[in-house]
Design a binder for this molecule. Structure first.
Ligand code: AP5
Length: 216
């Protein structure tokens, strides 16, 4: 069973959705750099103030900040049973730093799961996405509606639209993905770690396919 996992894919491919499903199935630590930055913004910390200026416009937060954050998080005890990195690494320097770090803590990356999805569907998903203000669970105004409008099924929190889920920021995010993150697919393919899945299939079917693969 593969337990130290990287989830990759463009914005809206479904990394966060799949991570939540895998976390509860396999009891893994879910490390989402996007969520960590959003928590810091909510808490008004120095990190949050720095990250907000990049995130709202769709730009990547500088490598040295992001690498430091993940380094600290990966040394937590809850990562001992395995971890899911969601949204990290996103650049070659981040991937190289992670290789070093995973050696240091003796928890090598065992698989990189890449979610592929076409551009029109990414735009549809991101523009219709709503997230729970409290627990971060994702919904969609057409294809993943909550049971009660505007309320999270899991915790009853208010559903909101992320500030960076607008057309302008999305253009920047997709541009950055193509330029800086996509080269990581070759990087991990050369290491023999890459496994791609089609995220156009529904959430449950994708989850079943990934689960089966991880158990094999
Ligand atoms: P982050 O939060 O990581 O955003 P992202 O990568 O743009 O990814 P998203 O959260 O938008 O999408 P997702 O793939 O998780 O899709 P989701 O499951 O929600 O990062 C935000 C920002 O933080 C970055 O732009 C950057 O500024 C900064 N940052 C973060 N990490 C960084 C790093 N390493 N370096 C530098 N900066 C960093 O699903 C989307 C929608 O689709 C939902 O509505 C969902 O219901 C639906 N859906 C999901 N899966 C399926 C499916 N299989 N079928 C149908 N619908 C589905």
């Amino acid at each position: 069973m593969k337990l130290n996992i990287i989830l990759m894919g463009p914005p809206g491919a479904g990394k966060g959705t799949l991570a939540k499903q895998l976390k509860s199935e396999f009891n893994l630590a879910h490390i989402s750099t996007g969520d960590m930055f959003r928590d810091a913004i909510k808490a008004g910390t120095e990190l949050g103030k720095l990250a907000q200026s990049y995130i709202d416009e769709g730009h990547l937060v500088p490598d040295e900040v992001t690498i430091g954050l993940v380094k600290e998080r990966l040394s937590n005890k809850d990562c001992e049973n395995g971890f899911l990195l969601d949204g990290f690494p996103r650049t070659i320097p981040q991937a190289e730093a992670l290789q070093e770090l995973s050696k240091e803590i003796q928890r090598p990356i065992e698989v990189v799961i890449n979610l592929s999805c076409d551009n029109n569907e990414l735009v549809r998903r991101i523009s219709g996405r709503r997230v729970c203000k409290v627990c971060g669970a994702p919904y969609h105004i057409d294809s993943a509606k909550p049971k009660i409008e505007g309320k999270c099924d899991l915790c009853g929190g208010e559903l909101i639209q992320r500030k960076d889920d607008n057309e302008e920021s999305l253009k920047v995010r997709l541009g950055d993905y193509n330029l800086k993150t996509k080269p990581l697919l070759d990087y991990y393919s050369n290491l023999g770690l890459l496994k791609s899945f089609n995220s156009l299939q529904g959430k449950e079917s994708l989850f079943d396919e990934v689960k089966l693969f991880l158990k094999s």
